[in-house]
Design a protein around this ligand. Structure first.
Ligand code: FNR
Length: 385
């Protein structure tokens, strides 16, 4: 019998065994030297917690709200592209796990399963993440499709007007589905579970795009289409236009600078996500946890400030909350769970994080999320504005 899965690292190790190399590498990598990718995690480690004793720890709860939605803990699944390549029907499985657990799921524009696929297999409204493309008709149709599917919030990603260079993806010739090269076929032969799953689904390429965007009828045209389509002209005027067109709750993702945070708050959005895209865009940018306190201080009273990047445990979630995050997103942790064990793996990921969050909160002498502030952290060990 295999050893029990007790932490996110166990899921990562299992995912590495089970997921084809190009997709595992796509998840487990950052841009250029990966220094920001690494700092996202390591900066959490240098923050120390104050242990308290002889405090009544009974009746604890990790429940709270994010943009008015009840959540089992201040954690949502981040939008991640190609999730249906970590495991067949990955977006549907992750959305179902999130729904059963009681946390929000965000579907990426660059997902394999479409908005309609995920809506057909879930009952709780999910969030839709939008990338702004040059083809504005396509964007309008995407927004309308998200509305029709009952999505309860739109997450607009602002930090991918251009793509940060990721060496591994270029070297691996990343594509969905993988091209039948000798190297890929040899690697796929060692991943029988993954292959069987893929043979059992018809969802093997970008479901929101192929067949919906002009000029993208088949796979050969998709990569050139995305390279051409991400819009380098994106600006705050577009944010206003999208907000109007959407008309519902809006989350702005990819804010790292305090000036941008002020503009995000001025835009009237409901939340902003302090994020460096998991260290996949500007290498050399600060870690998200380091950027968080200054942004909270500047705009925390006007807009919900969330963060993502580097969260690998419930302790990290608690540290982010202590520094003022009203919510957090996790990307790779749930992707590892998905690659390792499908829906059960995403559920396991959420259980692990919630348990760690609950126990750490107790060790710090708090029983509710609302009681958590920077007084649970050791002075001098955490970033300040
Ligand atoms: C991402 N991220 C991302 N963000 C986004 O807005 N749209 C997307 O399609 C993607 N795609 C994507 C793919 C993969 C494989 C990863 C790892 C990340 C960024 C994501 O939403 C989030 O910001 C980071 O994943 C957070 O960092 P951690 O939790 O992965 O450390």
């Amino acid at each position: 019998m295999s050893a029990p899965i007790t932490c996110i690292e166990d899921l990562r190790v299992l995912a590495k065994k089970r997921v084809p190399r190009m997709f595992y590498d796509y998840a487990d990598s950052g841009s250029w030297t990966e220094s920001t990718y690494r700092a996202n995690e390591s900066d959490f480690h240098s923050i120390l917690l104050r242990q308290r004793v002889a405090v009544n720890m009974e009746g604890r709860s990790t429940r709270t709200t994010m943009i008015g939605e009840d959540v089992a803990m201040p954690v949502a699944l981040a939008p991640t592209g190609l999730t249906g390549m970590q495991h067949a029907d990955g977006e549907i499985l992750a959305a179902r796990a999130a729904e059963k657990f009681g946390v929000p799921f965000t579907l990426s524009t660059m997902s394999i399963c479409s908005i309609e696929d995920v809506a057909a297999h879930t009952t709780r409204p999910f969030w839709f993440q939008l990338y702004v493309m040059r083809d504005r008709d396509f964007i309008e149709r995407l927004i309308d499709r998200a509305k029709a599917a009952g999505c309860s919030a739109l997450m607009l990603t602002l930090d991918l007007q251009i793509l940060g260079q990721r060496h591994k993806d270029i070297k691996n010739g990343l594509s969905a589905p993988p091209k039948p090269t000798l190297r890929n076929l040899v690697n796929l032969a060692t991943k029988p579970r993954w292959c069987l799953g893929m043979l059992g689904t018809r969802r093997r390429t970008f479901g929101n795009i192929v067949g919906h965007a002009k000029g993208v009828g088949d796979l050969s045209s998709l990569s050139s289409w995305t390279a051409e389509q991400f819009d380098p002209r994106l600006n705050w005027g577009d944010v206003e236009w999208i907000k109007k067109r959407w008309g519902g709750k809006l989350i702005l993702k990819g804010i790292l600078d305090v000036e941008d945070a002020r503009l995000a708050a001025d835009s009237g959005a409901d939340a902003l996500v302090v994020s460096n895209h998991g260290g996949r865009q500007l290498d050399g940018a600060p870690s998200s946890i380091r950027a968080l306190p200054e942004i909270v201080q500047a705009v925390g009273s006007r807009i919900e400030v969330w963060m993502d990047g580097g969260i690998r445990s419930g302790q990290d979630v608690l540290k982010a909350v202590a520094l003022g995050a009203r919510g957090t997103l996790i990307g790779r942790p749930f992707l590892y769970g998905l690659g390792a064990m499908g829906e059960a793996g995403v559920t396991r990921c959420l259980e692990i994080i919630q348990r760690e969050l609950d126990l750490t909160m107790a060790f710090c002498g708090r029983t509710r999320i609302e009681q958590v502030d920077r007084s649970i952290l050791l002075p001098g060990t955490y970033p300040t504005p």
